[in-house]
Write a new protein. Structure first.
Length: 296
């Protein structure tokens, strides 16, 4: 396992990527850096040993004219922000265009986000994101206009949907706000599972694939010493009805589980108790993936 990049390395990559973009798109109508101060702060951070971590994200606009067959030129604007941990985490990009309805815009942005999540962790990806928008954005303008929502939902039904279970490992989870977020977000996204705070921290969420991915993208944006998906299960459901989703669940809701090791002041969890809990839920094999040992 790599421990990941240092903040300075990430900052250096951001600066060199911005330099590259500026040289490729020298004109205002192609690239506008909306916050020059943030860029200056980032450069200072890289150049000076004792500089503080920057307080704000670098933000810029990329304007893209996709290749469309009809003569009318459509322009799409990519409003981009680079989180301080980028490229270890994906960039935040919102695509807008006067030609997109609200639902088309939501659809386009969620597909772009999925593309970034799958293709852009650890590598600078602004150019490939721009390429993706150039190649795909125009298609969203016509989407949904022709088909009524009824046919779309029927098509969804026959394709089936995916039920996902994510097993997330964190170096530790103590922070009350994070613990509250985990429970609130799971509830909002209709996910079940459990969260074991302490050291190590274990979170399991299960439910619709898109909801699990949204949950993961929110959780990983919080600041962690170390957090990763240790294991992932994807199960295709033929019918995709609610009953079938409920049938796949191994947990009824998302609750916090404290398996307290006696006298450890609640910091170190009793892994034996975790093992028995997973065994009850028919997930004992997961224990080995987390801790590399047979349970007892």
């Amino acid at each position: 396992e790599t421990t990941g990049m240092t903040n300075r390395e990430e900052a250096e990559i951001q600066i060199s990527e911005l330099d590259l973009l500026s040289s490729m798109f020298p004109y205002e109508e192609e690239l506008v850096v909306t916050d020059q101060l943030a860029v200056a702060e980032l450069k200072h951070y890289v150049e000076s040993e004792c500089a503080e971590m920057p307080s704000s994200k670098v933000q810029f606009m990329l304007n893209v004219k996709p290749e469309v067959s009809n003569a009318a030129m459509v322009e799409f604007t990519m409003a981009c922000a680079l989180p301080l941990k980028y490229p270890s985490v994906p960039p935040e990009i919102t695509v807008r265009s006067s030609l997109l309805s609200r639902s088309q815009q939501i659809h386009l942005n969620s597909d772009l986000k999925m593309y970034l999540m799958q293709n852009c962790s650890g590598e600078p990806c602004m150019l490939s994101a721009r390429e993706w928008v150039k190649d795909h954005a125009a298609a969203y303008v016509d989407k949904e206009l022709s088909s009524s929502s009824v046919t779309t939902s029927n098509a969804m039904q026959s394709e089936g949907i995916t039920f996902t279970r994510l097993w997330i490992y964190s170096h530790h989870i103590y922070n009350k706000q994070k613990r509250k977020n985990i429970i609130d977000w799971a509830k909002e996204l209709a996910l079940s599972g459990f969260c074991m705070p302490g050291k190590p921290g274990v979170v399991c969420v299960e439910g619709l694939q898109s909801s699990c991915e949204e949950f993961w993208s929110r959780v990983r944006r919080l600041t962690w010493k170390r957090i990763l998906i240790r294991h992932r299960e994807d199960i295709s459901l033929e019918g995709g009805g609610d009953a079938e989703i409920q049938k796949q669940r191994k947990f009824s809701s998302l609750e916090e589980k404290c398996f307290d090791a006696h006298g450890a002041r609640g910091n170190h969890m009793d892994l034996g108790q975790l093992y028995h809990f997973l065994e009850e839920k028919e997930c004992a094999d997961i224990f080995q993936m987390y801790f590399g040992v047979e349970g007892h």
